[in-house]
Design a protein around this ligand. Sequence first.
Ligand SMILES: [Zn+2]
Length: 275
Amino acid sequence: MTQLTQENYYGDTSYLTNSRYKRYQQCQAKAFAVDNGSWVEERDEIALLLGNYVHSYFESPEAHEQFLAEHGEKLLAKTGKNKGNLKADFIIGDKMIESLKNDDGFANLYHGFPDDDVQKEMIVFGKIEGVPVKGKLDSVNLTRGYFVDLKTMKSIYNKEWSEELRKKVPAAVNNILGFGYHGQLGLYRELLQKMTGQEFRPYIVAVSKENVPDKDILKIDDEWLENGLNQLKSEIVEVWAVIQGKQKPIECGLCDYCRSQKKLGQVVYLSELIG
Ligand SMILES: [Zn+2]
């Protein structure tokens, strides 16, 4: 197995990550095409940059400097009256940083107390159901036995419809269930336990991208953590078989990739559509 380091972590494909697993869960055919380079996923570049902008700030001054050196240009407006200054999204980013950096509760939780052994961007890895998996944790407090993931989201409390729960829920719920963060944190907790022999409590610090950012420390109940991890365990072997080319990827039939592959032939009845 590859020895994982901060340098090779993102380039490595010999381990499965939660986000890659989630892609396969959504559509195996598309995920497989993305993995082998025949399909380029449309990504929200700004959201990705904004997340990294905020993350790197709280990782360390060096990490933030490095992020700015690599991506600084992309944060600036190229046209309009704002030209040469931060784009509106990153002005919000500064507000998100400001909101957390002046909060002692956040500082204690994320950076720990002076004598605590806290590791940022800690790599965890191991085997789940025989499949090699890895993860990167924003902040792990080894002294006090917990870890924190910083999540940026549109809103925490705005009500949205959840297809899964069939009711309106605060936006944070959709964000967590949609990206499978309950499974992700359940997985990280298990990997940490295997690596250290210690039990860890997972927390999410959610910070919103609203003009006046909202924030909260969220704890995912054990039941949900187990639920997420169990689902991952029940599907991971099949996903790994598909990745390794031992099993043909299944098409969801509905996503952009599947639509691009579609050929007309079959007729669809209205009554089928109604279901
Ligand atoms: Zn699909």
